[in-house]
Ligand binder design. Structure first.
Ligand code: ADP
Ligand code: ADP
Length: 231
């Protein structure tokens, strides 16, 4: 059973007196545990698709099915709840909070949610994530004291803290040198293997596309190639 499904999804943006057809009839089935690269040149619709998968944008036509539910049928409140429970986000600009240290940035999503976890359990889990992403010595440092790669590691731990089923990452390596970018993707792959978290990331870096086990290639808002490989 697919964990996420796109059914003939279209997205049209008004642009002055005309329109932009950003996504034109995209269908795909995403299985639990997939490690998916959405590849394609700038303007091909990658961000628009990720935004619709993350329920921060809605299709003009077609359906986004998440966990067997058509997101069209959900209220705003249910969408917010689904997003908190099910989806984690990683952005290319990291979006860390400058006045909070590494631990506090990772903890932040838990302060917004309703998760009932005890203090001890919570700090054990956050400290485990900090170890996993290799930042044990940086726990009390703020983002401006970290390198780009370290900041992206914080963003990955923060995306994982609420134990989402699916992590969406919009060009997670765009602001990193290629070696650091590969390390970040390897880290995402490790989490994907260990926790069976589904990862969907956009990129136009061919070496990073190669690590994926499911590749969706876009051009002008359409899928021009889709490939599934042995995990
Ligand atoms: P990227 O290649 O990193 O996706 P883009 O410049 O294509 O960068 O888009 C970044 C974001 O800016 C998009 O997700 C979208 O929300 C917004 N955007 C892109 N093009 C337009 C546009 N023509 N008008 C308004 N917003 C846009
Ligand atoms: P990519 O992420 O592959 O760079 P996007 O999904 O950002 O592509 O954009 C796809 C197309 O939709 C582009 O032509 C872009 O300019 C346009 N677009 C994206 N967001 C908006 C928006 N908010 N308003 C108008 N046009 C947009």
């Amino acid at each position: 059973m697919a964990i996420v499904e796109l059914q003939d999804v279209h997205k049209v943006y008004p642009l002055g007196k005309t329109e932009v057809h950003a996504v034109q009839g995209v269908s795909s089935q995403i299985q639990k545990g997939d490690f998916i690269s959405i590849a394609g040149p700038s303007g091909s619709g990658k961000s628009t698709i990720l935004n619709m998968l993350g329920c921060i944008d809605v299709p003009t036509d077609g359906s986004v099915i998440i966990d067997d539910v058509d997101t069209k049928d959900l209220s705003d409140k249910q969408i917010t709840e689904l997003r908190h429970r099910f989806i984690g986000f990683i952005f290319q600009s990291f979006n860390l909070i400058p006045v909070l240290n590494v631990y506090e940035n990772i903890e932040f999503p838990l302060l917004l949610g309703k998760e009932k976890v005890s203090r001890g359990e919570k700090s054990d889990w956050i400290n485990y994530l900090i170890e996993e992403v290799g930042l044990a010595d940086w726990r009390n440092h703020r983002p401006n004291e970290l390198s780009g790669g370290q900041r992206q590691r914080v963003a990955i731990a923060r995306a994982l803290v609420a134990k989402p089923q699916v992590i969406l990452a919009d060009e997670p390596t765009a602001n990193l040198d290629s070696k650091t970018g590969e390390q970040i993707i390897e880290l995402m792959k490790k989490v994907n293997r260990d926790q069976e978290t589904t990862f969907i990331f956009s990129t136009h870096d061919p070496t990073i596309v190669g690590i994926a086990d499911h590749i969706i290639r876009l051009q002008d808002g359409k899928i021009v190639h889709e490939e599934r490989r042995e995990k």
